[in-house]
Design a binder for this molecule. Structure first.
Ligand code: IDP
Ligand code: MG
Length: 170
């Protein structure tokens, strides 16, 4: 019985995930990507990228009045980042209803302050300070869309199906 439906790409919730410059410098790229891979998310885009101040400011525009904004922009532009798009392949499967990739990725990432992030989360296991918290994840599906449009061009996205899907979802 086919209980799951592979939904059209446009319907699928997508999260923008980014390994920040400290994650790249500390050799954590493989470790961090691996956590999303092992969870069962599908990677739809991936690149190493040096971003401009303009792009960093646009990405974090909601925080522009915070006292730490200038150092945040310096941090994010201080070296290459790894940009990723993570999706769930199937949204309309009963077991997954109401669970989106955006919220689920935020759980894997953990709290903004790594000292408060639970062990088992990326920040909880791999970082100690808010200003060096190794990874970014979209905080809402709308911001996921906004961020993916900022960081990726159309030709950089891959539509593909993973052979793992039937082993991830009954
Ligand atoms: P989030 O990354 O968990 O969504 P936000 O509040 O959106 O957290 O903040 C964006 C980023 O800004 C954080 O991940 C962190 O790198 C930085 N940041 C947030 N608060 C502080 C702070 O108090 N001091 C220094 N950097 C901060
Ligand atoms: Mg945020």
């Amino acid at each position: 019985v086919q209980r799951c439906r592979i939904v059209a790409a446009a319907e699928v919730e997508q999260s923008y995930i980014m390994i920040k410059p400290d994650g790249v410098q500390r050799g954590l790229v493989g470790e961090i990507i691996s956590r999303f891979e092992k969870k069962g998310f599908l990677l739809k885009g991936l690149k190493l990228f040096q971003c401009s101040k303009d792009l960093a400011q646009e990405h974090y525009k909601d925080l522009k009045d915070k006292p730490f904004f200038p150092t945040l922009i310096d941090y994010i532009t201080s070296g290459p980042v790894v940009c990723m798009i993570q999706i769930f392949v199937i949204l309309s499967c009963k077991a997954w209803e109401g669970v989106g990739v955006v919220a689920s990725a935020r759980k894997l990432i953990g709290a903004t302050n790594p000292l408060q992030a639970e062990p088992g989360t990326i920040r909880g296991d791999l970082a100690v300070q808010t200003g060096r918290n190794v990874v970014h994840g979209s905080d809402s599906p709308d911001n996921g869309k906004r961020e993916i449009a900022l960081w990726f061009k159309e030709g950089e996205l891959c539509e593909w199906e993973s052979v793992q899907t039937p082993w991830l979802i009954e």
